[in-house]
Ligand binder design. Sequence first.
Ligand SMILES: *Cc1c(COP(=O)(O)O)cnc(C)c1O
Length: 452
Amino acid sequence: MKRTTEELIQSDLQHVWHPCSQMKDYELLKPAVIERGQGVWLYDRDGKAYLDIVSSWWCNLLGHCNPGISKAIQQQLDQLEHVIFANFTHEPAITLCEQLLKILPAGLTRFNFSDNGSAAVECALKMSFQYQNQTGHPEKTRFFCLSDGYHGETIGALSVGTMDLYAKLYQPMLMDTIRIEAPDCYRCPYGQNRDTCQTPCFEKAEQAFAQYASQCCAMIVEPLLQGSAGMRIYPAQYLQKLRKLCDQYDVLLIADEIATGFGRTGKMFAFDHAGVSPDIMCLSKGLTGGYLPMAITVTTEQVYDAFYADYNEGKAFLHSHTYSGNPLGCAAALAVQAQLQDGTILQQAAKRAAYLTQRLQEALGQHPHIGEIRHIGLIHAMELVVDRETKEGYDSSLRMGYQIYNKALEKGLLLRPLGNVLYFNPPLIINEQEIDQAVAWCKEAVEEVLGN
Ligand SMILES: *Cc1c(COP(=O)(O)O)cnc(C)c1O
């Protein structure tokens, strides 16, 4: 017998501990029971539609129930669902490496598979530490990271993450990392503009490197876009300078492209805007189109070679995850690559991005409580402020973003905020009509909470 939606919700509330949620909130705002998805839309059991403007936490790249991806997974499922990846291999993983090699920044040639973004970051941290250890620098044991960075939830990833909201409580459990004040282009302390500046804020990195680089094995960054911090966008020049600085001090540069990879910023990878390569890159989220949990940590021949030796030298990277190289994930990722290959989707997305910028500006650009509408690729963020002049944000206890989220959800827009920042990060295949709908609902929700 089919259970009612109400019965399912009651059972959910009794058993499920949802991610990143105060469960008490669910007493007022019940979870939506989603039954199916199609393109940018999700449908609940009662047939209500939700426009997934956040790509289900940034991972859905090419729409829900994308026929090409579904078919690839089904075909793989009939062949091989999983196999141990030590000493065993399979064609989907091999082909995937070959395909990614064609689109990755130059020099990234060695692929280490895992199953989620945080795991890819952990892998990158251990890899850099061990690289330095095995190339004559055992004293390089610490990490540089940017303030307000986010790299995942495991203990290593949290250690290089610097958002108090997620990391502060756990401080006694975390590694002692070196935090460099990140660019803050909306509230730039140097009074500059991100489109024209010469990144004077980079002096913070120079100072930190001068003092601590001899102790540090690597620097990790979210390139161009600090996602969880509120879609904070900074200039590509910062990455170019960072590349030089890392070379100068023998510090590896780790790019966390988990959120920015695969066209999200308008180019295939955020590092492509800078025209330089990192030493290690972490990929997940859009990698499988948001279908299956998979991640890859990619590195250079130089890093790889530091681990390559006779077994008894003890230099191997003894790091593993049970689901490394899962064939279903590889099949999904290959299907994503097949669809991105001819560039049409990225070209379309660039047009839609310009359209979205224009529509959001028209709808909310003059709103007294929207301080800035910033964008990179299809990602657009709106910063809620008490006052546009002072740029003062709302007190977090007011939960302004969350209130707007509630209103938007009633209408059918999944506008999950980041504190005082509302954002759109839709699947790349969103069309103009869907953009119009999302902007209209967003405007209504904002005005219901903040007036007009
Ligand atoms: C989501 C995210 C992660 C963590 O990935 P999970 O799969 O959630 O562990 C790490 N870094 C960035 C930049 C992310 O956006």
